[in-house]
Design a protein around this ligand. Structure first.
Ligand SMILES: NC(=O)c1ccc[n+]([C@@H]2O[C@H](COP(=O)([O-])OP(=O)(O)OC[C@H]3O[C@@H](n4cnc5c(N)ncnc54)[C@H](O)[C@@H]3O)[C@@H](O)[C@H]2O)c1
Ligand SMILES: CC(C)[C@H](C(=O)O)[C@@H](O)C(=O)O
Ligand SMILES: [Mg+2]
Length: 406
């Protein structure tokens, strides 16, 4: 395949309406400006429109709990919540996992809170009618190339991790995951049959320099506000796409961030180092698929996937999407067992990055901390001596704790 057709293939969007947001041919200066879109300089307002995407499985339960938890902020500013369809719920209602109406509503919102999508009901659908395809289309369509996944161990949960307390105590890692490139979006891809009748499947792992440059800058910018150390994770010993990744990250650090320390690990080693001695990491920057896997692994340092929030950002002129790292947890859906804290902490990231309300973000995180101090725990983080609560009650407890701080 020639260079031009590869470029066209990589720009191929999952939905027609997304194409305008994909910018492989932007001049470098414009791409660079876009890479600064961490929404940190947003001016605060008195009123916000927030799209809620309750999605599938435990999604509606944790969404209700999250809205309840942040309701006390209505003393300070107005939040207009409007639900929209995505994922399996959208497929059932409209036939599409990311309906145009949802995309239009999101673009007109200040921000987006997403719970989770997917489930066995739709696993047999053709690819374009799978819930996950809707999620990817939204991220790509909104230009959200940077996914920040903080794995910060809270002292109350030291015993909730499957690792020894002395290994996880003090861990504070920010995984910066590239979110709109890699093997997730590369083409050509598909499942075909050879002339002899054997089927084969393939996906193209591809990164353009500008995609690596902008995620590297996000990682270095984040590191400058933390421990000034970035570990870039790749598989450059085997993959050409990873060699390009590494070369570009080295160049950006040398030219623009000489004050930030840069190290490299191969992804197999990084997966091991994360559970051997996680305190060695400050910021980890990596591609879409490695970041997906390593962030789920990092959640167990904290104690549960139900504790890991995320911010999907990168487009300074549009809303970000704030979403827990976990999925729709079909095994516990509809039983009031889910931990809503990952989504509540994602709402804190929304306040910080999208709504220009960093003080309120801190307050919400403190409220969560206080609830954990009081010993309330959902099943996934249950320890000796804790008070068991369901999803709904956990949301109410956070609301009460927040109320006391306002
Ligand atoms: N961002 C998303 O929407 C997202 C992310 C991951 C997976 N998924 C989808 O979710 C579906 C299920 O995937 P999976 O089972 O591999 O992963 P999952 O994250 O849904 O669940 C993995 C395990 O973690 C538990 N878990 C997850 N969130 C929890 C919470 N908040 N509280 C308590 N326990 C929690 C589940 O019960 C399960 O045992 C699939 O369709 C998958 O594609 C969606
Ligand atoms: C559901 C899936 C498309 C998604 C991803 O792989 O990005 C999920 O695993 C995540 O981590 O948000
Ligand atoms: Mg994942």
């Amino acid at each position: 395949m020639g260079k031009r057709s590869l470029a066209v293939a990589a720009a191929g969007a999952l939905c027609a309406g997304c194409a305008a947001f994909i910018t492989p041919s932007l001049p470098r200066a414009a791409q660079r400006a876009g890479s600064r879109g961490l929404h940190m300089a947003v001016t605060k307002k008195d009123s916000y429109s927030i799209t809620l995407l309750p999605g599938d499985g435990i999604g509606p339960e944790i969404t209700t709990a999250t809205v309840a938890a942040i309701q006390p902020f209505s003393k300070l500013f107005k939040m207009e919540f409007k639900e929209a369809l995505i994922g399996g719920a959208a497929i059932d209602a409209t036939g599409s996992p990311f309906p145009d109406a949802t995309f239009e509503q999101i673009k007109a919102s200040d921000s987006v809170l997403l719970s989770a999508i997917g489930g066995p009901k739709w696993d047999g659908n053709p690819r374009e009618q799978r819930p996950e395809t809707g999620l990817l289309a939204m991220r790509k369509g909104l230009g959200l190339f940077a996914n920040l996944r903080p794995a910060k161990v809270v002292r109350q949960l030291l015993d909730a991790s499957t690792l020894k307390p002395e290994i996880v105590d003090g861990v504070d890692i920010m995984v910066v995951r590239e979110l709109t490139g890699d093997v997730y979006f590369g083409t050509p891809k598909g499942i075909e049959t050879t002339e002899s009748g054997e089927r084969f499947g393939y996906n193209n792992m591809i990164y353009y320099e500008h995609e690596v440059e902008r995620i590297a800058r996000v990682a270095f910018d984040v590191a400058r506000k933390r421990g000034k150390r970035v570990c870039s994770v790749d598989k450059a010993n085997v993959l050409d796409v990873s060699q390009l990744w590494r070369d570009v990250v080295i160049r950006i650090q040398k030219d623009e961030y000489p004050d930030v320390e840069l190290t490299h690990q191969y992804v197999d080693n990084a997966a091991m180092q994360l559970i051997r001695w996680p305190k060695q990491f400050d910021v980890m920057v990596t591609g879409n698929i490695f970041g997906d896997i390593l962030s789920d692994e990092a959640s167990m340092l904290v104690g549960s996937l139900g504790m890991l929030p995320s911010a999907s950002v990168g487009n300074p002129s549009g809303p970000g999407v704030f979403e827990p790292c976990h999925g729709s947890a079909p095994d516990i859906a509809g039983q009031d067992k889910a931990n809503p804290l990952a989504m509540i902490l994602s709402a804190a990231m929304m306040l910080r990055y999208d709504l220009g309300r960093p003080e309120e973000a801190d307050l919400l995180e403190t409220a969560v901390d206080n609830v954990l101090d009081q010993g309330y725990a959902t099943a996934d983080i249950m320890r000796d001596g804790c008070k068991p609560v369901g999803c709904k009650e956990m949301g109410q407890r956070v609301a009460e704790a927040l109320e006391k701080l306002l």
